[in-house]
Design a protein around this ligand. Structure first.
Ligand SMILES: [Zn+2]
Length: 319
């Protein structure tokens, strides 16, 4: 079963999380297949992004979707992973052209150095006119060196936007998408940095984080993919005292619905929609996340616009 484990390091301002997406991940892959098979490099990228989105969602107190998007200038134009507060997740990618074998982040999404990663917090109930929060980071480091891993991009983001030191290790194959997140917690009362630097206790605490981040960095891809949580945490942190919490259960779920597609067609307008019917006899809209096909025939479309007109004169939206 897919699991997310949260833990604290006793006596240190450090928290950790470990996620293993198993059947939720294989389901996400199977659903994507119906929309067209994607190369292994892209599947691995999406798995890492899905694991990261679930970790980042579990790491914040926020009632809304966390959406991780990478806009690419290589064969991958867009990769998206989204996680909800109940840790349900979904993901999709748009690939145009050949993906070189063994391609990593740069060759997939950052060929010309214009790739961008956007992290969006989209509240469940958005007030009218209010934009969701969005942070954007490039796919290169401070010295403009191209980054080869999603984890490095997100570590950069968390340091920049939240001033939180974070160590992130991600890996995915076709069976498992997994991730380990280690984060330094802000120390209370350390607002005055100079005083903090003089304080030996705080230096000790800082060394604690560094030690744990180093240990996390020794985790191999094989270990992350194959070991269960108990074995993995023991192998890495056997000298530390951990407080562990009840595991949570992430799962695959798509939020698409016939009602949403209907809203989209209403937004498109009567002439456009009827034009599609005239052309193909049917309007077919597929969900990029789960592969479901929604079909509307001439009767559906006719009914849609007359009833929408009756219910909401002058409006073309159902939202
Ligand atoms: Zn869907």
């Amino acid at each position: 079963m897919s699991e997310l484990h949260k833990f604290l390091f006793d006596g240190l301002p450090v928290r950790g999380m470990l996620v293993r997406l198993t059947e939720g991940w294989t389901e996400a892959l199977r659903r994507r297949e119906t929309a067209g098979a994607q190369p292994a490099e892209v599947r691995a990228l999406l798995g890492e992004m899905a694991a990261a989105a679930v970790l980042m969602q579990a790491n914040i107190k926020f009632n809304g979707a966390l959406v991780l998007q990478i806009f690419g200038d290589g064969p991958v134009k867009l990769a998206v992973a989204e996680a909800q507060p109940d840790l349900s997740f979904r993901c999709t990618a748009k690939v145009v052209g050949e993906v070189p074998a063994g391609a990593r982040l740069e060759a997939l999404l950052n060929v010309h150095g214009n790739g961008r990663c956007a992290i969006t917090l989209d509240p469940q109930e958005r007030l009218p006119g209010r934009q969701p929060y969005q942070g954007v980071v490039p796919l290169h480091g401070d010295r403009r060196e191209p980054l080869q891993q999603v984890s490095a991009v997100l570590e950069h983001y968390m340091l920049q936007s939240e001033q939180l030191d974070t160590r992130l290790v991600l890996a995915a194959d076709d069976q498992v998408a997994a991730g380990l997140l280690i984060q330094r917690l802000p120390v209370q009362g350390a607002a005055n940095l100079e005083a903090a630097e003089r304080n030996e206790d705080l230096i000790g605490l800082s060394e604690g984080y560094n030690r744990i981040a180093l240990l996390a960095g020794t985790l191999t891809r094989e270990e992350l993919l194959s070991l269960d949580a108990q074995t993995l945490l023991h192998r890495l942190f056997w000298e530390e005292r951990l407080t562990r919490y009840e595991p949570l259960q992430p799962r695959f779920a798509c939020r698409c619905s016939r009602e949403r597609v209907r809203g989209m067609l209403l937004g498109l307008g009567r002439a456009e929609s009827e034009g599609l019917i005239a052309e193909r006899g049917l309007v077919e809209v597929g969900c990029d996340f789960c592969g479901l096909q929604y079909r509307f025939d001439a009767v559906d479309v006719g009914e849609m616009f007359t009833s929408a007109h009756r219910q909401q004169p002058g409006s073309s939206s159902v939202n």
